[in-house]
Design a protein around this ligand. Structure first.
Ligand SMILES: [Ca+2]
Length: 510
């Protein structure tokens, strides 16, 4: 009996979306003829920094295929992730919503670092995107798209909240984990779906790409939505030895010549080259299958680069901070015949914009049961508009993130923390950050000070108050919780604990 009850509940949950879609005639009637609907290939890299590609200006890493994509498309120079680390940005992409609506503010616990150094009790973090959220994959699938998930999901596991429960027909390797399941080389953890048959030593990015190529070959006549969310280039820093050797030699040659480069990490460089090569394989497959003209390709990263391996100079900060280095991303969109090749767009855009963009591309109306906070980028892509009807972008990070080994301490608001609980708003050229522990406000003019070096809050009280008001109004509208409970464990004289932390930090991906 118990078994039957569970099956029925499951059946109802699983059929809820298709039935709802059928019951909403607008949803289906609005589909344009099949040939007009482009395929969507969304390439989401993990922790790829703002300057980690050739087209964004790295002087060490090599990314010829991504650079070619940029030459054939439009580069957004003010593109943002919704969060400064992985899960919140992914939750915002998959819900179309700002973090206060889905409750995924950070990765794992919001109370990171040393308890007696946390002044406040942070807002509790959710780790799973609720099954009821209609994802873009569900919306596109209901409209007849074949859907593929490859790589990192990080928003839940299993039949309801894993990729298969959230609208994907195929899932290669995506579940609750935020790092490659057992490293980049096979064998991988058995918890990770559909990775079991890889020969030992196979690289995860190569394997996911193989499956992506199979999917493309199988669906060349269907409209498809491919979410290619490679685990790369997240930690652990591991790469193919031959490529590592290449970059060690490159570094040595640079040093012998006395050339100092901004980027200089051979293993990380090798990870990037391997990822780029796999992106090249996917793009070549589109050519072979004659799908280039009818496929919109998006290239994006989920947060700032990992400070232990790369840097985003001249941007301030790294992954885990609301300074530009933690949230500003490389973004390319290629859409042959519609997007003018080799162009740039300086309109600020953010990862919640992808969902409405994908729906507009597919001619699918927005779901009536779910608020989408973003704005479709299609008018910018086609040149129908040169701005969006939106005045400000917001971030909310009511959490603590412990410091990183190595650099970036000088960039942080309150070292050794990468960040203490905070929020931010960008309106036009201005950006305001509020730190909740002490109410500190930082105002930056991004047009003249992209590196956020000069806090203008005291000098420009009116502008500061204006942006602060925008931020507070937005928080009220979204019921965004601001931490205000003092932490009883807090000790203002606490010193950083001696070196037992790094080992534990490694087990919690961030
Ligand atoms: Ca990430």
């Amino acid at each position: 009996m118990a078994r039957r009850a569970v099956s029925r509940r499951e059946f109802l949950k699983r059929t809820a979306l298709p039935l709802a879609a059928l019951a909403a005639p607008r949803w289906l009637r609005a589909q344009p003829p099949r040939a007009a609907r482009p395929n969507i290939l969304f390439i989401l890299l993990d922790d790829m920094g703002w300057k980690d590609t050739g087209f964004m200006g790295t002087d060490f890493y090599e990314t010829p295929h991504i650079d070619a994509l940029a030459r054939d498309g439009v580069v957004f120079t003010h593109a943002y992730a919704n969060g400064p680390n992985c899960a919140p940005t992914r939750a915002s992409i998959m819900s179309g919503q700002y973090a206060p609506r889905h409750g995924i503010y950070t990765v794992g616990s919001s109370a990171r670092g040393q308890a007696n150094q946390r002044k406040l009790i942070p807002v509790e973090n959710s780790r799973t995107l609720p099954a009821e959220r209609v994802t873009p994959a569900e919306a596109l699938k209901a409209a007849g798209y074949a859907t593929f998930h490859g790589g990192k999901w990080h928003l839940g596991s299993g039949a309801e909240t894993g990729p298969l429960g959230q609208g994907f027909d195929v899932n290669i390797g995506g579940f609750a984990a935020g790092s490659p399941p057992g490293g980049y080389f096979a064998p991988w953890s058995r918890e990770a779906p559909n990775l079991a048959d890889a020969p030992a030593g196979t690289h995860l990015c190569d394997f996911v790409t193989d499956r992506a190529l199979d999917f493309l070959a199988q669906h060349k006549t269907d409209p498809f939505f491919m979410y290619l969310a490679y685990y790369d280039v997240h930690t652990p820093l591991q790469a193919k030895p031959k490529l590592v050797q290449k970059y060690k030699q490159k570094l040595a040659a640079n040093r012998a010549r006395g050339t100092d480069t901004q980027h200089d990490h051979p293993v990380y460089a090798a990870m990037i080259e391997n990822t780029d090569a796999n992106i090249g394989r996917v793009l070549r497959k589109l050519e072979e299958l004659n799908l280039v003209d009818n496929t919109v390709v998006v290239f994006f990263s989920d947060n700032g680069g990992y400070g232990g391996a790369t840097n985003m100079r001249p941007l301030r900060g790294c992954k885990g901070m609301l300074y530009e280095g933690g949230i500003r991303e490389p973004l390319v969109v290629r859409w042959p015949g519609r997007v003018k090749p080799g162009t740039t767009c300086d309109v600020p855009v953010i990862s919640i914009d992808f969902y409405p963009t994908f729906l507009e591309l597919a001619g699918v109306p927005q779901p009536e049961t779910q608020v989408l906070d973003g704005t479709s980028l299609v008018p910018l892509l086609t040149g129908r508009a040169d701005r969006l009807a939106r005045e400000a972008l917001f971030w909310h990070f009511p959490c603590y993130l412990q410091g990183l080994p190595g650099g970036f301490k000088a960039d942080a608001h309150k070292p050794p923390w990468r960040t203490t609980p905070c929020g931010a708003v960008r309106k036009g050229r201005w950006k305001l950050i509020e730190y909740f522990e002490d109410g500190a406000l930082e105002l930056y003019d991004l047009e003249t000070d992209i590196g956020e070096k000069q806090n203008l809050a005291a000098q420009m009280p009116d502008k500061t108050a204006e942006l602060h008001e925008w931020m507070k109004t937005w928080r009220r509208q979204l019921n965004a919780p601001v931490p205000d409970q003092p932490n009883p464990e807090y000790d203002p004289n606490a010193k950083p604990a001696p070196r037992s932390r790094p080992r534990r930090q490694r087990t919690q991906p961030d």
